[in-house]
Design a protein around this ligand. Structure first.
Ligand SMILES: NC(=O)c1ccc[n+]([C@@H]2O[C@H](COP(=O)([O-])OP(=O)(O)OC[C@H]3O[C@@H](n4cnc5c(N)ncnc54)[C@H](O)[C@@H]3O)[C@@H](O)[C@H]2O)c1
Length: 244
């Protein structure tokens, strides 16, 4: 049996050692999937991390992404689901005080990485005629967060990517979607000052930050066979903040 004909329900989670990625890995494993959890070489994995396989990946290295996902496919005997959680906040600073290099670094990682993961995932999922590609975008990509131009632009780019690729492969059996969270309690938002975190929280009508388990639950649904008629879409997880 070639690896593309495998019937294993396998999933790859990129950026899996921390925050949402770790919660998504736990949730998909609890859902009965075999999960390959990938992250940067110096990632600190949680104690007792429950993934079938852990491996290294750097989403800014397109050839490395291809190799890491191919290795995961080999290790699991096939995959149906790829979830990309790799992302960085970058500097939270006035645009006039920021620099071109940090803008390009954030866009390269958040958007260029999403493209690399998407291409590599398609290579394995299209021959199966089914699958799910799920990116964690952000409400910043819909609304634009002040002093976060690079991050907002990168996440708007992820939303455009998902819409384009979702439509392009709509008839293939592979869906391509994103989740756009508002602020979620993870290490990423520790890159903001406490005052800024309070500002972000005040924008959420529910009056609280989201939890990683709430994002994992939504990803679990998108990954499931029940979510079969939605592609090129951005799922909201914003406690009422998003109005489209
Ligand atoms: N926390 C929030 O409030 C929030 C809100 C909206 C969207 N997001 C997005 O959710 C995703 C997950 O973030 P999180 O909040 O769980 O933060 P996190 O910092 O806990 O997780 C980010 C993960 O990305 C990995 N990563 C960083 N650079 C990488 C690279 N070059 N290659 C591969 N992996 C890399 C990190 O090692 C880490 O595991 C990110 O894309 C982030 O932009 C976060």
């Amino acid at each position: 049996m070639s690896r593309h004909q495998s019937t294993a329900r396998g999933a790859v989670v990129v950026g899996a050692s921390s925050g949402m990625g770790a919660a998504i890995t736990r949730r998909l494993t609890a859902d009965g999937l075999a999960v390959a959890a990938l992250d940067v070489v110096d990632a600190r994995w949680p104690d007792g991390f429950d993934a079938r396989v852990t491996g290294t990946i750097d989403v800014t290295d397109a050839a490395g992404v291809e190799a890491a996902i191919a290795d995961a496919v080999d290790a699991l005997g096939g995959i149906e689901i790829v979830v990309n959680c790799a992302g960085i906040l970058g500097p939270v600073t006035a645009t006039i005080d920021s620099d071109q290099e940090s803008f390009e670094r954030v866009v390269r990682l958040n958007l260029g990485g999403a493209f690399a993961v998407t291409r590599s995932a398609l290579a394995h999922l299209l021959p199966r005629g089914s699958g799910r590609i799920i990116h964690i975008a952000s409400i910043a990509g819909k609304e634009g967060n002040p002093q976060m131009a690079a991050y907002s632009a990168s996440k708007a780019g992820v939303i455009g990517l998902v819409k384009a690729v979702g439509k392009e492969y709509a008839a293939s059996g592979v869906t391509v979607n994103a989740v756009a969270p508002a602020s979620i309690e993870t290490p990423l938002i520790l890159g903001m000052s406490p005052e800024r975190r309070e500002t972000q929280k005040s924008l959420i009508p529910m009056g609280r930050l989201g939890t990683v388990d709430e994002i994992a639950g939504l990803v679990s649904f998108i990954a499931s066979p029940a979510s079969s008629f939605t592609t090129g879409f951005v799922f909201d997880a914003s406690g009422g903040r998003a109005d489209y």
